[in-house]
Design a protein around this ligand. Structure first.
Ligand code: AHG
Ligand code: MN
Ligand code: MN
Length: 331
């Protein structure tokens, strides 16, 4: 990509055959990500690090930046009449906004927030679904029902990663584009288009300290990787684990590999660790749009029919041939 071409996010979206309302939603999300990037960049100077002193619906301690990022995403998408309702990791129930809006927006406002106090990359993950025409917003339970659509219905998905550069990875169902935040103009500029996950993989990402809790198929798969050149895979693998899904997935989009957060004995009752609707589904759409694959081990993540807004799921995603090797161990 030649940066001198200077294709901004707005121009990129204007060249896609998308409804104006969807363009507007994506530009609002990008604007919120710029605000979050600025806040994260200030860090200790703005007094935004550390705990908020509250728990979210999942029983996890909220960081101040979890709450602030959530508020920024809500504020950026609350007007314009395009978003019917929003749902987030940090809110128990969906927040209805504009009953006649065309879209539902789901997000993890700050992913990898355990990394924030040690100055390691974090991100924002988002998913856009169509709003059902007959949606009922009169109660929390009815509003939740409107959101319970499989990932195959997503019309757009992406993440912002707040790292050495702030990047925005986006798909509208027509490949994956990556934009870099130009801090002088506060705009996202296209720096990679039609991203393809490299096929040749020698890198895997999993929290190995959970090994004793894993099920047999994941143990078998990782054991084969660890045997390296002398094992069945006949090559040495390298391991990376940032513990921010955005950073681990971004590495895979950039240089290949596989990411696993499988259901295990500790999280089985919850269904896994990562959330289906605002972590697994948007990442699965991006990965598939870049030529990769995303599975629970037994079915495509995008085909899982959600039963609950905050449902968790087993996640295996990355280069297609490597994901196929992991699926084979589940056979
Ligand atoms: P969040 O900060 O939104 O709760 O998500 C953190 C997730 C994900 O980003 C990462 O892959 C995983 O949790 C890290 O888990 P470990 O603490 O087991 O490494
Ligand atoms: Mn997360
Ligand atoms: Mn989060």
């Amino acid at each position: 990509m030649n940066p001198s071409e200077h294709i901004t996010l707005a121009r990129y979206l204007s060249e896609k055959p998308l409804p104006d309302a969807l363009r507007g939603v994506l530009e609002s999300i990008a604007g919120a990500c710029v605000s979050i990037a600025i806040l994260i960049g200030k860090g200790g100077l703005a007094g935004v690090l550390g705990e908020a002193g509250r728990e979210n619906v999942q029983g996890e301690a909220q960081k101040k930046l979890d709450v602030l990022s959530n508020d920024i995403m809500l504020a950026a998408n609350a007007w314009g009449g395009r978003v019917a309702a929003m749902a987030s990791e940090e809110m128990d129930w969906p927040r209805p906004v504009a009953p006649r809006g065309d879209y539902l927006l789901l997000f993890d406002p700050l992913d990898g927030s355990s990394n924030i106090d040690v100055n390691v990359s974090v991100g924002t993950i988002f998913s856009v679904l169509p709003a059902p025409r007959d949606a009922d917003w009169s109660s929390d339970a009815a509003a939740e029902k409107a959101f319970l659509q499989p990932g195959t219905r997503q019309v757009a998905a992406g993440y912002a990663i707040y790292g050495p550069s702030t990047l925005l990875a986006l798909t509208v169902g027509d490949g994956v584009a990556i934009f870099t935040l130009d801090r002088e103009t506060d705009t996202f500029v296209l720096t990679r288009d039609r991203v393809r996950i490299p096929e040749e993989t020698r890198e895997f990402a999993i929290n190995l300290s959970n090994q004793r809790h894993w099920d047999a198929p994941v143990r078998r798969y990782v054991a084969e990787l660890l045997q390296g050149e002398t094992g069945p895979r006949a090559k040495d693998f390298n391991m990376r684990w940032v513990a921010s899904m955005v950073a681990d997935v971004h590495r895979i989009l950039t240089r290949g590999g596989i990411f696993l957060y499988p259901v295990d004995a500790r999280n089985r009752e919850k269904g896994g660790r990562l959330r289906l609707m605002y972590e697994a589904n948007p990442m699965a759409m991006l990965i598939e749009q870049a030529g990769g694959a995303a599975t629970t081990g037994y079915e495509c993540i995008l085909e899982v029919m959600p039963q609950r807004l905050h449902q968790r799921v087993s996640v295996i995603l990355g280069a297609r041939c490597e994901v196929d090797a992991a699926i084979a161990c589940h056979g």
